[in-house]
Write a protein that binds this ligand. Sequence first.
Ligand SMILES: NC(=O)c1ccc[n+]([C@@H]2O[C@H](COP(=O)([O-])OP(=O)(O)OC[C@H]3O[C@@H](n4cnc5c(N)ncnc54)[C@H](O)[C@@H]3O)[C@@H](O)[C@H]2O)c1
Ligand SMILES: O=C(O)C[C@H](O)C(=O)O
Ligand SMILES: [Mg+2]
Length: 606
Amino acid sequence: MLRSAVARRSRELRRLLSSSAAAAGAAVPGPCIVHKRGNDILNDPWYNKVRLRSPSPLLDARDLLDRDSGSSLGEFCVDGAQDTAFPLTERDRLGLRGLLPPRVMTFKEQYERFMNSFKSLENNTRGEPDSIVSLAKWRILNRLHDRNETLYYRVLIDNIKDFAPIIYTPTVGLVDMIVVTDGSRILGLGDLGVQGIGIPIGKLDLYVAAAGINPQKVLPVMLDVGTNNEKLLEDKLYLGLRQHRLEGEEYLSVIDEFMEAVRARWPKAVVQFEDFQMKWAFETLQRYRQRFCMFNDDVQGTAGVALAGLLGVVRAQGRPLHDFNKQKIVVVGAGSAGIGVLSMAKQEMMRMPGSSEEQNQFWVLDKNGLITKDRKGLDPAVAPFARGHGPDEIKDLHEGASLVEVVKKVKPHVLLGLSGVGGIFNEEVLRAMKDSESPRPAIFAMSNPTTKAECTPEDVFKHVGENAIFASGSPFSDVSLGNGKTGYANQANNMYLFPGIGLGALLSGARNISDEMLQAAAESLASYITDEEIGKGILFPSVSSIRPITARVGAAVVRAAIHEDLAEGTADMGPKELNSLSEPEIVDYVARKMWYPIYSPLVSNK
Ligand SMILES: NC(=O)c1ccc[n+]([C@@H]2O[C@H](COP(=O)([O-])OP(=O)(O)OC[C@H]3O[C@@H](n4cnc5c(N)ncnc54)[C@H](O)[C@@H]3O)[C@@H](O)[C@H]2O)c1
Ligand SMILES: O=C(O)C[C@H](O)C(=O)O
Ligand SMILES: [Mg+2]
């Protein structure tokens, strides 16, 4: 019953999304009044319909620099001139005659030319190290973003699977020379000070591509409260404040001021906290979650994605979902993400029949090994998961036991890494997973970026076996197992959830973001996958379907907000109207609210 309802809803959603995309491609949107003319329009990426950067057919100095470095050679050498989609009538209206070459291109032609340029960049950089190629690709996309947002987002939406790893994790983790940033814990790279700005920008790109948030309505923010990275503090060229991080009340007063300022200026905005170090991730979440419409992506978004994956693992074993409370789970990393996962998984287990508060299905390790109740200075957030001395405990698993010891003795169903330590699931650990009590041992190497993944899919299928299930935070390629068989490399990244959580909160006008809303988001993601896919070891849908996934997650969040009486509605849809919507109508509403990149006819008022 549930499955057929889910399948029906997903068919409806696909129809709706494809028809809205088709309509967007075919219909002429209403005119857009512009308060600018001439070069001011060409210099504004929101209105611009020119693909190359400079309004002059001559290359400017930056392009020449690129030519010398060879980094984005393809784009500029292939064409040699800008192409523009401004129709002639619009050029007259907007004072663009003489500023552009005579030929008018269609959007499709511009799109194809950009993709050709991108492909020639790929050819030109073949054989170069991955990090250099990724940065060159990031740069060519970023420059399109700077000039023409409509074309950029269309290219991104249509190629999300290939481009997400470039504009989002893991490439943004490599961009440590970027100018403005923030962040006390950027991916698994630590304190990068203001050089972490690529993270909020990458996340917001995903909000546009996946959730259809209008790119004019997003704001990346970097709060520079200093850095504790001594290398940066000593670096004379470092652009951030060269002082140690603010601490205690001083720190909190800055964040308080920021939150109050957001409320005063944009009272309906949803605030996503990203890549804060653990102590502040939890403290700020507790401090603000009842008073503001905010969430912490690393704690809550990650937990939801992991939970969806863990529920998939139960299905893959051919067991009913309520057997989730019998799974033995080893979690490596007791930081903001690890504890977020543990808390949400525990909450879910408590909903299963026969569960009790005392039951502990988890073995948690941090940099000092297994965490038990004997741990000195035990963090209260980890305490409920620390192993004790009761009769049910496995003998000889002492405080600080190593990962190999724990895996050998526990024989867990799932080994999940959020440690930020690349390669920590080494051959010995993975071989020990062969003795897992599960017929489908699952390894989640969730740390980012790629270099910090706890292991690779190749390692897993080689050392654990072909029946293993693999998921990672950063993207990896599937592995060919021979005989036409594939070992699937699932991507367990919070990108599957945060866009839908934010969109759902926004469209419901939620006062705050509750546990029920987050759980609804996770369960909606979990239900996306068919039994056939699960059987093959596929836990998450393809990133190419990120829009329909996000529409469904967003709708689940809206429904939960209505159910909990947290939905205050928006200017378009008041709380009463929201309340009266049926389930399919909510999905329809969310999908229709998504922004889609398409040129509007421009009319000047000057
Ligand atoms: N896939 C995703 O969607 C996703 C989401 C959030 C975070 N992450 C990744 O998870 C990692 C951790 O993030 P966080 O916010 O929890 O960081 P954190 O700094 O708060 O926590 C890291 C934890 O790992 C532990 N650790 C360090 N070295 C270890 C070792 N050798 N053995 C065992 N444990 C060790 C630390 O003691 C700490 O408990 C990062 O790499 C981050 O990119 C991934
Ligand atoms: O940024 C990501 O790719 C996921 C997550 O938020 C992280 O901090 O690693
Ligand atoms: Mg993060």
